[in-house]
Design a protein around this ligand. Sequence first.
Ligand SMILES: [Zn+2]
Ligand SMILES: [Zn+2]
Length: 140
Amino acid sequence: MRTEAKRAYHRRYMREWRKTHPLTKEQRFKDNCRSYARVYMIRGLLEKQPCEVCGDENSEMHHDDYDFPLAVRWLCRKHHMELHLNDCSTRNIKKEYLPEKMEQDIKAKARKKGFKPGGERYNEYVYSAMRKGDKCAKST
Ligand SMILES: [Zn+2]
Ligand SMILES: [Zn+2]
C-alpha cells in the first residue's frame, strides 16, 4: 500500500537521520521512558484512558516525571498542549511569551520538516519545541 511504503520510507529516513543527529542524554531518557510505557501498554499492563480533562477517547500519554514511566496521564492533544504551555508558565515564564503565533510557527516548521500532522514525530517535535520555546530555554 502506498501509505505503508511512505511510512517505511519515513522510518528508514528517521533511522538515517538519527545516526547523524544522536539524541541528547535527556531525550534518550525520555525516549526510554516512553517506550517502556508503550511496552507495558502492549502487554496490557497499562491501559489507555480517555483524556482526563474532557474524556476524549483519542488521548495521548503524558509523563509528569520521566523517572516514573508508568505514571502516565492521558490527555487529548488539545489538553496535552495546554498542560505543556502551563508547564512553562509555572516555571516563571510569562504566558504572554507563548502566544498562539508561536504554536502556529512551530507547527508550520514541523510540517516543513516533513512530519505528518498528528503523527508521532510531528507531535513530539511540536511538544518539545513548545516546551523549550525561545523563552522556555531554562526548562528542563
Ligand atoms: Zn481533552
Ligand atoms: Zn506531555
